[in-house]
Design a protein around this ligand. Structure first.
Ligand SMILES: [Zn+2]
Length: 203
């Protein structure tokens, strides 16, 4: 009787152990996602195409597109095959094909912001559920989707609570705001649009 009971307990423990092994990575991923939502959203982002500098970018946000759409992102032109790199850390939540974007990757990043990379020529080895750090390769610049036959580029979009946000100002960040108490120290790297950003940052 006691022997049977012991066997029953051991079996239950074994089942529990297997369950924990199965659930641990899933819980870990879930906790990471919860953690991302609790992180503050980024104040600035690196250009997500290797070797492309900020000054090479053009703000084409809101430009007219086919089917009456507006441009919900920025096009970053580069040679076919240039690595597309994650602009933030986060979790890959999308990797697949769609009609407009072609080969696309979606990353959930800090603040719950969704980062969308489209028109890829190819994906990297990373897949859905994988954790990425900023700078990791997500894929390669191409012209897939409705960009077929146009100059190869990355379409990069940022969505906050499902609404598209212009990534351009974030990709052209200003020097960090200085506390006024330190006195006037004219920033030589100030650019147009500086006032609005630093005003927003000091809020
Ligand atoms: Zn675009």
């Amino acid at each position: 009787m006691t022997g049977k009971r012991l066997l029953g307990r051991l079996t239950a423990l074994a089942v529990l152990a297997l369950f924990l092994v199965w659930i641990f990575p899933r819980v870990k991923n879930l906790l990471r996602i919860v953690g991302l939502y609790r992180e503050p959203p980024p104040m600035s982002l690196p250009v997500p195409v290797q070797g492309i500098e900020r000054y090479q970018l053009a703000d084409t946000w809101g430009g007219a597109r086919s089917e009456g759409r507006r441009h919900e992102g920025i096009d970053i032109f580069a040679r076919r095959g240039t690595p597309v790199i994650a602009s933030t850390h986060g979790v890959i939540v999308r990797k697949g094909l769609n009609r407009l974007g072609g080969r696309v990757v979606g990353v959930l990043g800090p603040g719950g912001w969704y980062h969308y990379y489209a028109h890829l020529d190819e994906w990297s080895v990373l897949g859905i559920g994988d954790w990425v750090e900023a700078g990791m390769v997500l894929g390669y610049v191409g012209d897939s989707g409705n960009a077929k036959g146009t100059p190869t580029h990355l379409h990069y979009g940022v969505y906050v609570d499902g609404a598209a946000r212009n990534p351009y100002p974030l990709l052209n960040p200003l020097p960090p705001p200085r506390p006024p108490a330190r006195g006037p120290s004219g920033s030589p790297r100030r650019r147009p649009g500086a006032r609005r950003r630093s005003a927003a940052a000091s809020r």
